[in-house]
Design a protein around this ligand. Structure first.
Ligand SMILES: [Ca+2]
Length: 210
């Protein structure tokens, strides 16, 4: 059974976790600080730092630009009619002003409605970059400590839940998770609307929504 409240709940949990100041508001500076946390903690080098900063600080702008362009697969789908809240978030952050959880949730819903494939592609790209940052020895796998360490920069401080999720994501039982499994887990967390078939991260990070 699909449940849009399920996705909304997860979006709210995500927002609250990443709102490190716990004041309900996010600003461009908060996202810049978050990017700096990853750079300080993992020292990922110039190329990855640039990408990481771009997605964290200008993620909405990147998404909007893509959504305003028509492609062979999809007509342009982001506009002041289709995605007003999304455009508003981008403008608000650019002005150095703060956004609220409700605006964030509304924008998220708009994007999924307007073009969920585009969002999925962006999310995959974004999570892949974070994975490569966490994978400090570059062997294509991360261990549980790397995942916990990395997610802390997002503000996710749920070590016990993350350890349980990791055990399930470690399908070969080798103490490590490959990129595809990791990326898919986050795509499922952000996009899975089926409450009856909850994804691994939802089960462990947001069991109270099930
Ligand atoms: Ca590794």
């Amino acid at each position: 059974m699909s449940d849009s409240k399920f996705v909304e709940g997860k979006t709210r949990v995500w927002y609250r976790m990443t709102n490190k100041k716990k004041n309900g508001f996010m600003t461009k500076k908060d996202y810049a600080d978050m990017a700096q946390c990853f750079i300080d903690e993992f020292n990922p080098g110039e190329q990855k730092s640039v990408k990481l900063r771009a997605w964290l600080i200008e993620g909405w702008d990147i998404l909007i630009k893509m959504g305003q362009k028509a492609t062979p697969e999809h007509p342009a789908c982001f506009s002041s009619e289709n995605t007003p809240k999304t455009l508003l978030i981008s403008q608000t952050l650019s002005k150095g002003e703060r956004i609220t959880e409700d605006l964030y949730v509304q924008a998220y819903q708009e994007i999924l409605r307007a073009n969920s494939d585009l969002f999925k592609n962006c999310l995959q790209e974004m999570v892949t970059i974070f994975f490569s940052v966490f994978d400090t020895n570059g062997d294509g796998f991360i261990c549980v400590e790397e995942m916990i360490h990395g997610l802390k920069c997002f503000g996710i401080d749920h070590e016990k839940a993350l350890r349980k999720a990791f055990v399930e994501m470690d399908i070969r039982k080798e103490g490590k998770v490959d990129k595809d499994t990791y990326v898919q887990a986050w795509v499922d967390f952000m996009m899975n609307i089926d409450k009856d078939k909850p994804d691994v991260l939802s089960r462990h990070l947001t069991p109270f929504l099930l």
